[in-house]
Design a protein around this ligand. Structure first.
Ligand code: SF4
Length: 78
């Protein structure tokens, strides 16, 4: 799936994450789990969310019970 430099970025706070794994169930296109159940972004570093997956990513962020999963919009001009 193509990403652009304007796509929002997905981030996991590893300190807040308690390895529930819910995010990987809700957004398997972008999140895998490691052998201990902690999320790993499939693109490894950037965490860019392609436009067709933004709503799904928002749902995963909202479902995270520890607020460890975040979406940021670093390129948005306010
Ligand atoms: S849902 Fe939240 S707490 Fe659970 S694995 Fe994902 S980021 Fe971590």
């Amino acid at each position: 799936m193509a990403v652009t430099h304007r796509d929002p970025l997905l981030r996991v706070n590893p300190i807040a994450c308690h390895a529930h794994g819910l995010c990987a169930e809700l957004l398997p296109e972008l999140i895998d789990l490691d052998e201990w159940g902690y999320p790993v972004l499939v693109d490894g570093v950037r965490g860019a969310v392609p436009a067709p997956l933004v709503d799904q990513a928002r749902a995963a962020v909202a479902a995270c019970p520890t607020l460890a999963l975040r979406l940021s919009y670093p390129h948005r001009v306010s």
